[in-house]
Write a protein that binds this ligand. Structure first.
Ligand code: HEM
Length: 529
């Protein structure tokens, strides 16, 4: 190295010895500074790491798999993985620490009193955690689910009116019609008697159809023809979870070269092509009518989601960029149909396991529909299904479509028992764990809709049941989803019996959404009278 420097200086100015000495000294000094800074940074990092690890000791820690891997790989995204979560919750009740490899700790929270402080605090203090959500970014962009800071606040304010009750009321007709299409298909398939169907397949197409019609005024006919979009969504959800669980694939350059990385890119392309088509169609219609006319035609009426996206302007009069619009469309398209499909599929499964509750729901629905000309539900009638609503909520408790969410704390967060989640750490808010916590829900594995008897509500914390999360970043579409689930369930039970298919055992599969390994197969049989 020194020899090289000497040659280098020779070539600069061989005659000037003093100058050479100065340059030489300066270079040595710079190198020393760089080395010193690197060492200082490492010392700082190790010091911060030790202090943080010490502070995290207030949380109990389950035995690690090894000193290097920490707890990595102990919870798989399978039925067995969920059983491990059950046993963690039973053992630690409130929270525990968890290490991904040697250096990445998270705090797992699974009690209403532990999740409440994180969910209630402002979105700037409990931010979305990049490790958990970052892999979704190439697919969902910087939409409402993943954005933060000012942008998130602006878009949340912009889009909230699209989910006002006055708008949701208009969607009830579409919920009824989309369910009719699904049930007509079931009728054709079950014409010769009971038939076994994968609920996820049928219900996902129906919820996608509904979402496209409601929020994008787009008639895709997707229930009648195979959907590349749905296949790609399934693939993306599963690939994202696989990536989370395999450390080398956390690095973009390795992932991009892997076969899963290639599959991910291809599936993203398919999804983006579909969403771009939806936006383009509506943009064209708007251009043909002209923005002025369009707004006039909406006077007195409420604007839907895509109207808001296309017509909104910021303080400076700028419209949403194409990229922002695409991100919001991708986010709502995924969040809006897959979660509801999971919720509905598991509700039907639970009612198939409990024919007595199924019958009780059917009686309630029949009393409501009997004597009406159209066997459709109206908005005002949704509040007249108390038992059916209890069954839906109990299913969302036992099988929450979103099993966990994650946050990174930008400040220390104190829990009611005095423990502190130190600033800079990530925490995993386990919705599944909170819903299965025996301290909060006696016999948590039992499906018992009477837990949601309105009279029992006072007995529990408001954070004991959080399928839609809570606080500033709760689910913007929860009223949409509840209304849709009530209508789909009511019409389905009014027309069909659902039973378990004993030949196809059900195993849960927690991916981005709680699915079933190899599908969720139920026998459906049309009710004749
Ligand atoms: C049963 C159905 C649904 C469930 C269980 C559900 C659950 C959730 C949960 C747990 C979150 C919080 C995610 C997080 O913090 O990381 C969330 C956020 C969100 N949900 Fe839902 N959701 C459902 C239906 C819907 C529907 C129908 C839509 C739209 C039409 C929707 C749109 C969104 C959006 C945009 C966010 C992000 C909100 C924000 O960060 O400001 N969801 N949902």
């Amino acid at each position: 190295m020194l020899q090289f420097l000497d040659h280098f200086l020779d070539s600069l100015n061989p005659s000037h010895t003093t100058f050479r000495v100065y340059i030489f000294a300066a270079i040595i000094l710079i190198f020393s500074l760089i080395i010193f800074r690197t060492i200082l940074k490492m010392v700082k990092f190790i010091y911060a790491y030790i202090i943080n690890a010490r502070r995290l000791r207030c949380f109990p820690e389950p035995p690690r798999r090894s000193w290097l891997l920490g707890h990595m790989g102990l919870i798989k995204n399978t039925e067995e993985g969920l059983l491990v979560v059950d046993s963690l919750v039973k053992t630690y009740i409130y929270a525990c620490s968890w290490w991904f490899s040697l250096c990445y700790p998270i705090v797992r929270l699974f009690h209403p009193s532990s999740i409440k402080p994180i969910l209630q605090v402002s979105a700037a203090i409990a931010q979305k955690d990049e490790l958990f959500y970052g892999f979704l970014r190439p697919w969902l962009g910087d939409g409402l689910l993943l954005s933060h800071g000012e942008k998130w606040g602006r878009h949340r304010r912009l889009l909230t009116p699209a989910f006002h009750f006055d708008i949701l009321k208009n969607y009830v007709k579409i919920f009824n019609q989309s369910t009719d299409i699904m049930l007509a298909k079931w009728r054709r398939l079950a014409v010769e008697g009971p038939v076994s169907l994968d609920m996820f397949e049928h219900v996902s197409l129906m919820t996608l159809d509904t979402l496209l019609k409601c929020t994008f005024s787009y008639d895709s006919d997707c229930q009648e023809k195979p959907s590349d979009y749905i296949t790609a969504i399934y693939e993306l959800s599963s690939l994202v979870v696989k990536r989370e669980h395999y450390l080398p694939h956390h690095f973009d350059f390795i992932y991009n070269l892997s076969s899963n990385g290639r599959k991910f890119r291809l599936a993203c392309k398919k999804v983006h092509k579909f969403t771009a088509g939806v936006v383009q169609q509506r943009k064209k219609a708007l251009q043909e009518t002209g923005a002025e006319e369009w707004i006039k035609s909406k006077q007195g009426k409420t604007k839907d989601f895509i109207d808001i996206l296309l017509l909104s302007k910021d303080e400076d009069g700028n419209q949403l960029s194409d990229e922002d619009m695409r991100a919001e469309v991708d986010t709502f398209m995924f969040e809006g149909h897959d979660t509801t499909a999971s919720g509905l599929s598991w509700i039907l499964y639970n009612l198939a396991r409990h024919p007595e509750y199924q019958e009780k729901c059917r009686k309630e629905i029949t009393e409501l529909l009997e004597g009406k000309d159209t066997k459709h539900l109206e908005w005002d009638e949704l509040s007249q299904l108390p038992f059916t609503t209890m069954c839906i909520k109990e299913s969302l408790r036992l099988y929450p479509p979103v099993t966990a969410i994650s946050r990174r704390c930008t400040e220390d967060i104190k829990l009611p028992d005095g423990k502190v989640i130190p600033k800079g750490n990530s925490c995993l808010i386990s919705i599944y764990g909170t819903h299965h916590n025996p301290e909060v829900w006696p016999n948590p594995q039992v499906y018992d809709p009477y837990r949601f008897d309105p009279e029992k509500l006072q007995e529990r914390s408001a954070h004991a049941f959080v399928p839609f999360s809570a606080g500033p970043r709760n689910c913007i579409g929860q009223n949409f989803a509840m209304a849709e689930m009530k209508i789909v369930l009511a019409l389905t039970l009014y027309n069909f019996h659902v039973r378990l298919d004993e030949t196809k055992p059900v195993r849960r599969k927690p991916e981005l959404i709680l699915r079933a390994e190899n599908g969720l197969w139920l026998q459906v049989e049309e009710l004749k009278s």
